[in-house]
Design a protein around this ligand. Structure first.
Ligand SMILES: Nc1ncnc2c1ncn2[C@@H]1O[C@H](COP(=O)(O)OP(=O)(O)OP(=O)(O)O)[C@@H](O)[C@H]1O
Length: 474
């Protein structure tokens, strides 16, 4: 039987109504806002319960809070720690880092600059090292909630991976922690998505592969992030992603399940709503993000939290019509495998990374094909170049179609189906060539959707035309 662990994340958020209205407002300016607090919802639910059973609930919630602390394995105790980088980081875990901080005050070592972000638990400011003049981001977390201690500990545990925001130092004061982190000066992925709209498949796949590599790393290190969303994906100056905000992250051992309501509504997995879940929730959330990258809209929408949750539990997505007609079948196949409601059938991070769509669209695969083709003494351009130029042509055609759609007032000016179908079959052909040129492990059939027909058909039916005023799309 799986052990259950309860987080304390159902505590501490007062402003559900404020969250709701700010989300509604945000959805007017940018139809991709989706991230009002799930904790607020939990709190509201809890408050209703409290009216009936005040004493019982307060004792219960206190116990749950304690359980959240007590069950998080201490540094170095996780059974899931793989060798290498993570292990090295774990040796210098929170105590050592905090001790270093205790010798000096943060003002001795850094000069504070402007605020660059504000989160639930504190602010983020730029700070410049007095020692070497390098700029960092300093997140100051007020003590009190045990989630704060957990965030510091988990960042220590994970820091060192190239796609996790690096934690350089922790300074502890009587009432707060200062986390000195690598500065991600490229902003947040969400802002880029809002600005640029939907992404080409190649671009989406390259961003997404990096995200899945870091999610896989977290899971191997026994950590569930629980809040995967583009707001928490930062970009370096070079445009590479960095996973940030481990404020809701939890340690999890193999076979354990978690039970606290945590996450951001539009991205939350259905099993979180039943309060019994595992690290697979991150795969679902990443699937929601992939859907948004490829289509420009969020899959699960509603005018209230309850409506969003109903959609997450019940709506069958249609990946066959509308915007999806110009998205390749392998991309839709991957999405269907990630947005599978049955947790045990949902693909793992490793399987996502071995999916043909990821393998095909990421540069490494194209390079591999180039190297292979060199050895084959073929005449004419190597297949990788043919494929690359085909992809570029397809992306260009799509971009042109989109441009024409937005600049034209007349519906008759839109591109014909024939053109879209050509692109579609082009992509499929390209993938067939690619797949035949590289060795690809198929995701284990037993772990993915039901065996009868295409998982895409089984998973989805049209509901995307419903108009919502909240969290519509971006
Ligand atoms: N390392 C960093 N480099 C640059 N900006 C950062 C960095 N870390 C955080 N920020 C900025 O500060 C904001 C808030 O940070 P973060 O999400 O970690 O805080 P939080 O309190 O957990 O937020 P939330 O309320 O969204 O959960 C981010 O959205 C981002 O804009």
């Amino acid at each position: 039987m799986r052990k259950k662990r309860k987080g304390s994340e159902t505590e501490g958020f007062e402003n559900l109504q404020e969250d709701l209205s700010s989300c509604a407002n945000a959805s007017r300016s940018s139809n991709f806002r989706s991230h009002f607090s799930l904790e607020g919802y939990a709190r509201l639910k809890k408050r209703c319960k409290e009216n009936d059973t005040v004493d019982e609930e307060s004792v219960g919630s206190f116990k749950r809070r304690l359980a959240g602390v007590a069950t998080a394995p201490p540094c170095g105790a996780s059974s899931l720690v793989s060798s290498g980088r993570g292990l090295k980081r774990k040796i210098g875990c929170i105590d050592v880092s905090t001790q270093t901080g205790r010798k000096n005050k943060i003002d001795d070592d850094y000069v504070f600059g402007p605020n660059i972000g504000k989160g639930k638990f504190g602010s983020v400011r730029i700070c410049r090292s007095k020692n070497n003049g390098i700029d960092f981001a300093c997140k100051t977390l007020k003590k009190g909630e045990e989630t704060v201690h957990r965030e510091v500990e988990i960042m220590q545990h994970l820091s060192g991976h190239p796609r996790v925001v690096t934690l350089h130092a922790v300074y502890e004061e009587s009432d707060c922690f200062h986390l000195v982190m690598e500065l991600c000066s490229g902003g947040r992925l969400i802002d880029q998505m809002v600005k640029e709209g939907k992404y080409s498949e190649q671009r989406a796949a390259n961003i997404f592969k990096d995200l899945m590599l870091v999610i896989k790393y977290c899971h191997e290190m026994g950590v569930v992030h629980r809040d995967i969303k583009p707001e928490n994906i930062l970009l370096t100056a070079a445009g590479k992603i960095q996973l940030a905000d481990f404020g809701l992250a939890m340690r999890i051992a193999k076979g354990q399940t978690l039970s606290g309501l945590a996450g951001s509504p539009a991205y939350v997995a259905p099993e979180v709503l039943s309060e019994n879940y595992s690290e697979k929730v991150d795969i679902w959330s990443a699937g929601v993000l992939l859907y948004a990258l490829l289509s420009g809209v969020l899959p699960f929408k509603g005018d209230s939290l309850d409506a969003i949750f109903e959609a997450i539990k019940k709506v069958k997505l249609d990946l066959n019509s509308g915007v999806w007609e110009s998205v390749s079948k392998p991309a839709r196949d991957l999405l269907a495998r990630m947005l599978t409601r049955e947790e045990s059938s949902r693909i793992t991070a490793d399987e996502v990374l071995r999916h043909p769509w990821i393998l095909f669209y990421t540069d490494r695969t194209l390079k591999t094909m180039c190297i292979k083709s060199k050895h084959k003494n073929q005449t004419g351009p190597p297949p990788c170049l043919q494929i690359r130029s085909q992809i570029e042509k397809i992306d260009l055609n799509r971009a042109n179609r989109e441009k024409n759609k937005t600049t034209s007032d007349s519906p008759t000016d839109s591109f014909s189906n024939t053109e879209e179908e050509e692109d579609e079959s082009g992509v499929v052909d390209v993938l067939v060539v690619a797949i035949s040129n590289v060795r690809i492990s198929e995701p284990k059939r037993s772990r993915v959707c039901s065996p009868t027909s295409s998982p895409i058909e089984q998973q989805h039916s049209s509901n995307l035309t419903t108009t919502n005023t909240l969290c519509r799309a971006f």
